[in-house]
Design a protein around this ligand. Structure first.
Ligand code: NAD
Length: 377
């Protein structure tokens, strides 16, 4: 089975979908690996390292795509590139399938099986393949680093002959994978951390990290069968905003990570709340790229409102591309390895197991994922 790795071409993208280590493991399974020249440039892996690990280095991208039985990449492909894949090819990457309808149609027209890394089920067994989690974990860590770099004070308490500095107060909204890592990182740096999430089950996890959980009575709450937050009604959002107002005004750092799967994130920090913070305070909006939890935040930009710095984040794990690549590559390997048939040395598209039906979007010329099928006309 010929498995191709195209270089990531999105501007500024430093991550890759493989490391020499995963090339070695895939080769050991019996896959014939072809890696486009320059694939590891942004994450610190050379073509020579990939070649030593067992891959052929290819400079003709189109030729490589045209003969691949399987393509492993990070970013979604351009639509024009889908037309270069051969019928029956299995393509694995992020796809943004809720929004990229034309891309999904292109996969069906080309007869390519498209697997979406965003749609890997959030189950215990699939954790090792879960790229949303692996990248969100790193992003949560970096969000705290960015806040600390902007804040005109330190995070820990410091007792010195020159006086005592109080610990900084950090408030984290949303305690999923990124939020929990942000809590853990801020705690490690000595901050006083409070957090809130609409899923009550999270309170215990927040407290086990040594942070305080802010109690807000939003009435009927809970989570979906997949463990995601349910969307709040406009009335519940308003209750949440009012209940957070005081703690936001009193915080040195606010980090927002609130997302509702497949929906626009809620605006939870309004302009007047930003204006209520002390000048010099910092907000990091980790939802900025998908619409923002903070009024006035801009993706990939840092803006100032009344002396308060608002960092709108984009692709945060890209800032630690080496580790992010290592984790993403490992997610990819585990996905391939899970249904690999040792005898025929093929990836088996088992559409009856507990993982693939959740993340295979197109197959055999049709959209087969039930949710995506419903939204694509
Ligand atoms: P996410 O990125 O979809 O959302 C981030 C957080 O925002 C979530 O915790 C969500 O509850 C919260 N949120 C939404 N609206 C909010 C609001 N108005 N105010 C405050 N917080 C709000 O979440 P995620 O990090 O991808 O995790 C989603 C779920 O999947 C979690 O339950 C997580 O524990 C679970 N998960 C399970 C596994 C596994 O079992 N393998 C792996 C990863 C994640």
């Amino acid at each position: 089975m010929l498995v191709a790795i195209p270089r990531e071409t999105h501007p500024g993208e430093n991550r890759a979908s493989v490391t020499p280590e995963t090339i070695k493991k895939l080769t050991r399974l019996g896959a014939e690996m072809v890696v486009e020249a320059g694939t590891g440039a942004g994450s610190g892996f050379s073509d020579e390292e990939f070649a030593e690990a067992g891959a052929t280095i290819e400079t003709d991208r189109d030729a490589m795509l045209g003969k691949a039985d399987m393509v492993l990449r990070l970013r979604k492909p351009d639509i024009e590139e889908v037309a270069k894949l051969k019928r029956g090819c299995i393509h694995v990457s992020y796809l943004d399938p809720f929004n990229e309808h034309d891309l999904i149609r292109a996969f069906t027209e080309q007869g390519v099986t498209a697997i979406s890394m965003e749609m890997i089920p959030r189950s215990t067994r699939s954790q090792k393949m879960d790229a949303l989690s692996s990248q969100a974990n790193l992003a949560g860590y970096i969000a705290v680093m960015l806040a600390a770099a902007q804040l005109p004070r330190i995070l820990p308490m410091m007792m010195t002959p020159a006086g005592t500095l109080k610990p900084a107060k950090v408030f984290i909204i949303g305690a999923g994978v990124a939020g929990l890592q942000a809590i853990a990182t801020a705690k490690r740096l000595g901050a006083r951390v409070t957090a809130f999430d609409t899923r009550p089950v999270v309170a215990e996890q927040v407290e086990s990290l040594g942070a305080k959980f802010l109690e807000i009575d939003l009435g009927e709450m809970g989570q979906t069968a997949d463990g995601y937050a349910k969307e709040l009604t406009p009335e519940q959002v308003e209750i949440q905003r009012q209940a957070q107002k005081e703690i936001i005004a009193d915080s040195d750092v606010v980090i927002t990570t609130a997302q509702v799967f497949g929906r626009k994130p809620p605006v939870l920090v309004t302009r007047d709340m930003v204006e209520g913070m002390t000048p010099g305070s910092v907000i990091v909006d980790m939802a900025a790229e998908t619409g923002g939890n903070v009024e006035g935040s801009q993706p990939n930009e840092t803006v100032e409102v009344n002396g308060v710095t608002i960092v709108g984040t984009g692709n945060l794990s890209n800032l630690v591309a080496r580790d992010a690549t290592q984790m993403y590559a490992s997610n990819m390997f585990n996905l391939v390895d899970d249904t690999w048939d040792e005898e025929s040395k093929q990836f088996v598209l088992n559409l009856e197991n507990d993982i693939l039906p959740g993340c295979v979007i197109t197959h055999d010329g049709a959209v087969i994922h039930p949710t995506i099928k419903d939204i694509i006309d």
